[in-house]
Design a protein around this ligand. Structure first.
Ligand code: PLP
Length: 321
């Protein structure tokens, strides 16, 4: 890849004056190169974080005050709910709402997800931005190539760059993108003071991933469409959830036991957590999320493998359902 990987933590002053880069907790050149690329994709100013959860943490610390309430999309990434519950001693309240309609009155911060992982509903962005509270949209699954939250009036686009942006399951990273310069500066200040900063290596790996994002996503999405059709016609599959874009599919088999048999039977597809990477992954989400989601729900992240090979693997595994 073009562009240097600069692992410095500190840079010499110029004639006694700190230059653009002086200490890496504020900014570093590899990180800024990555942020320029990510900002261009989402149409705003990006900040890189060491994980998606780090990005959400900085958003909450910056955009909410003690006693405030976050309206969180139902069926959104479970980690968000766990984090917000964990922050209850700091005065963080959370209410879940159906993101296909308007957020509840009285919310101080709205967190929607495009699409929600793993139930794969899309948010009603118009209803969300009509609410007086600021709106943060986690578009990890859609990626900025399929849904740009800032274009829809949201205040912050958020991504776990661990997923399709980096794309290779070899780095954890997160991103916020804002158009409002003051909001971007407040997020940056919280990042600098808290030290929740991504390394240069992380930035370099995300930049490498971005070089192939378009072709990876196109291939993964085309395969997902083919597999959605075949899954929908399979007698052991009761429900298929797919929002019509990107690489993530959730499908339900009869119950938790059947889901367990299917996930243990796949061989080409990895039985592992996470999503968006080049290798397909499938897991029963009930083990993490409990009764928040159907026991028979399998989350399937479609990778770059041959779609016929993926289908042969799924068919073989579904015979155990
Ligand atoms: N947002 C979504 C939609 C996710 O799926 C995840 C992780 O699975 C996260 C955020 C958290 O990202 P990370 O694991 O990089 O902290």
């Amino acid at each position: 890849m073009d562009g240097p990987l600069d692992r410095s933590a500190t840079w010499p002053y110029e004639d006694g004056v700190p230059g653009r880069f002086s200490y890496a907790r504020a900014d570093h050149p590899t990180g800024v190169a990555c942020e320029d690329a990510l900002g261009a994709l989402d149409g705003g100013q990006a900040l890189l974080f060491p994980s998606g959860m780090a990005a959400v943490t900085v958003v909450v610390l910056t955009m909410l005050r003690p006693g405030g309430t976050v309206a969180l999309a139902q069926g959104a990434y479970y980690g968000h709910r766990m984090l917000l519950d964990h922050l209850a001693p700091w005065g963080v309240n959370v209410v879940e709402f159906d993101q296909t309609g308007p957020p509840p009155r009285g919310a101080d911060l709205i967190l929607v997800e495009a699409p929600a992982n793993p139930l794969l509903t899309m948010p009603d962005a118009d209803a969300a931005v009509a609410h007086p509270a600021p709106v943060v949209c986690d578009a990890t699954v859609a990626s900025p190539l399929r849904f740009r939250p800032l274009d829809r009036g949201c205040d912050v686009a958020l991504h776990s760059a661990t997923k399709v942006l980096a794309g290779h399951d070899d780095s954890l990273a997160g991103v916020t993108v804002a158009r409002d310069a003051d909001l971007r500066d407040r997020l940056h200040l919280m990042r600098r003071l808290s030290g929740i900063v991504a390394s240069a290596d992380t930035a370099w790996l995300v930049l490498r991933g971005l070089e192939t994002l378009e072709v990876r996503l196109a291939r993964q999405e085309a395969s997902a469409r083919v597999l959605v059709e075949r899954l929908s016609a399979h007698p052991s599959v009761e429900t298929v959830r797919y929002p019509g874009l990107s690489f993530l599919v959730s499908f339900d088999v009869a119950d938790g036991e059947a889901a367990g048999r299917v996930e243990r039977a796949v061989r080409v597809i990895e039985n592992a957590t996470s999503l968006g990477g080049i290798r397909s992954k499938l897991e029963a989400r009930h083990r993490w999320e409990g009764d928040r989601i159907p026991a028979g729900l399998l989350r399937f992240s479609v990778g770059l493998e041959n779609p016929d090979a993926l289908w042969a693997d799924l068919e073989r595994a579904l015979a155990q359902a």
